[in-house]
Write a new protein. Structure first.
Length: 367
């Protein structure tokens, strides 16, 4: 096994090239959690027709894009804020709300803690416990939400656990937080991959709760991380005005604005994606459950990826990563996430042939 100190992120394919000498084009990434269908066919077929849009500035209000988004996600367009990827929206919200103490449900995405820290605040983690299947215990969370906490940050479905809080549970959390003057940011990057999404998503609740800010993007579901397009929904009109005053004008390019309007309208692509992920989530999870005797425990997934634990003297997350990457497949070692260690790894669901190839590799490594 090659010895190195890196734990590679799904976007670190250039580093993989350097360490392993494998061309990034030859790697199937089960680490990036990106839709295996690639970008929308409608977008591929029509974007070139709009290339001259870069000759002019985009509409600084992004009116047509917000109308398209409103239709897509069932929100009032005036309650939608668009940004240069979800990262910009996370950053500007935390900058404006300036939490002194934020509570983050973990293990989770490291960018939340980083942004809080950059603003001079501190972060506490509320652990999603393995004994609970990494599902949220709302009663235990309520006990931890003390008066000095002024922001709660959660990812729903959560990365890397793939667990989800349903709309009823989110209402309970919002009621607790509203009574204690705690603002809630929900990152719904992976919500579109879930089954029964209408029972899980938080956007309908923005019409009722002024302490709620929902963030989504196109990097994962629409397979467009390079487009840098994200959007947020909130019913807090004072906050909307403040963000629109603070954020840079024209933060989304003309081509990204057009691409967004096209992809959010591609209903055939959206349906194909959901069908593929639903089918492969069950099939891959069932096969992983069949590896229990080999030392694999998989936690029930809701998104387009699954978290697994290795209990075997044959492998850990480091050695499994090494075995898989030599066969040009990249998994995610989860030891860099809070509360997880070198026994945990995460894989996303790709097309059936690639999924079978990875599952065969994992099974062989543990045999």
């Amino acid at each position: 096994m090659i010895k190195h100190t890196d734990h590679f992120h799904g976007s670190d394919l250039e580093k993989i090239e350097q360490v392993y000498g494998i061309k990034k084009e030859d790697i199937t990434s089960f680490s990036a959690n990106v839709n295996p269908l690639g970008i929308s066919n409608l977008l591929k077929e029509t974007i070139s027709e709009h290339v001259t849009c870069i000759e002019t500035y985009p509409d600084r209000e992004y009116t047509e894009l917000r109308k398209t988004l409103g239709k897509y996600c069932g929100a009032d367009p005036s309650h939608i804020i668009v940004g240069n990827g979800s990262t910009e929206l996370i950053s500007i919200l935390i900058e404006l709300k300036h939490p002194k103490k934020a509570m983050i449900l973990g293990p989770s995405y490291s960018e939340y803690e980083r942004e809080v820290s950059l603003g001079g605040g501190t972060s506490l983690y509320f652990p999603l416990k393995e004994a609970d299947g990494f599902k949220l215990n709302i009663k235990a969370l309520e006990e931890r939400l003390t008066d000095d906490v002024d922001m709660l940050i959660l990812c729903n479905p959560n990365n890397p656990t793939s667990t989800v809080i349903d709309q009823k549970g989110l209402r309970q959390v919002l009621d607790i937080c509203k009574a204690r003057d705690i603002f809630v940011m929900v990152d719904e990057t992976y919500i579109e991959f879930t089954e029964n999404m209408e029972k899980l998503e938080g956007i309908p609740l923005t019409a009722v709760y002024s302490n709620l800010f929902i963030i989504r993007g196109v990097s994962k579901f629409f397979a467009s991380p390079g487009l840098r397009l994200g959007y947020a929904v909130t019913g807090n009109e004072d906050l909307i005005r403040e963000i629109n005053t603070k954020k840079h004008p024209w933060s989304i390019s003309s081509i990204a604005e057009i691409a967004g309007r096209i992809m959010f309208s591609d209903s055939e692509y959206i349906e194909r994606t959901r069908n593929l992920i639903t089918t492969e989530r069950k099939r891959v999870t069932d096969r992983l459950k069949g590896m229990k005797d080999l030392g694999i425990t998989c936690f029930e997934p809701s998104a387009n990826f699954v978290l697994c634990r290795i209990d075997s003297d044959k492998a850990d997350a480091d050695t499994l990563f090494d075995t898989c990457i030599r066969q040009h497949m990249m998994i995610r070692n989860c030891s860099t996430f809070p509360f997880l260690d070198n026994h945990f790894f995460r894989i996303c669901f790709m097309d059936p042939e690639d999924n079978d190839r990875l599952l065969d590799c994992i099974e062989n490594a543990l045999r």
